[in-house]
Design a protein around this ligand. Structure first.
Ligand SMILES: [Zn+2]
Length: 196
């Protein structure tokens, strides 16, 4: 994105956004992409705020994360639903960093208030299955139309699907699941039930 040289005010603003992102667990490449600061500044800021060096190497990436489990899917759906709501309210096509941060903070609040967490959720701190770096990747996938939000015919929940998947595999994380003996929730397409 081309911008006029940043004045002091906007540099301060970008650094405030970067600070919020780092405190939410963002890694420097994500912060560089969302704020207009360079790699060196991002790393210096990271060390100052978190008192440690950032992890090296590429960010882990899994294009199929949302279909790995219904838990992943419902968490991604909450977050991307918020992103979608915010982008509808803004008449701009630009990725809005503030909206991204707010959506992620709201997502964390929503999932932390789950009174009946699943096994998968109970094993994660504050029941957060979606870390902010992955959230950034998912928002990019939604933006690129690799993913879409659809409404379930049965329960009317809004959930996220991979656009390239055939319809039977675009399953609702609430309706199209069953629990195995251990209480793990599985997609109905992963049908290993002995009898039913
Ligand atoms: Zn449903």
């Amino acid at each position: 994105m081309i911008r006029s040289p940043l004045n002091r005010l906007s540099i301060g603003y970008e650094l405030t956004l970067a600070d919020r992102l780092f405190r939410l667990g963002a890694r420097p490449p994500v912060v560089c992409s969302l704020c207009h600061i360079g790699k060196k500044t991002a790393i210096r800021l990271y060390k100052t705020i978190l008192q440690q060096s950032p992890k090296q190497g590429l960010l882990p990436y899994d294009a199929y994360w949302i279909v790995r489990s219904s838990g992943n899917n419902s968490h991604a759906s909450i977050f991307l639903g918020l992103i979608d709501d915010f982008s509808e309210q803004q008449s701009q096509t630009d990725f809005n960093t503030e909206a991204f941060i707010t959506a992620y903070e709201l997502y964390c609040q929503v999932v932390a208030n789950n009174l009946r967490p699943s096994k998968q959720e109970a094993s994660a701190p504050q029941s957060v299955l979606l870390n902010i770096n992955r959230a950034w990747q998912l928002a990019g996938q939604l933006n690129a139309k690799e993913m879409a939000l659809v409404i379930c015919d049965k329960c009317h929940a809004r959930y996220v699907v991979l656009s390239s998947m055939p319809k039977p595999f675009q399953q609702c994380p609430i309706c199209d699941v069953w629990a195995d003996k251990t209480g793990r929730r599985r997609w109905t397409t992963v049908n290993t039930r002995p009898h039913d």
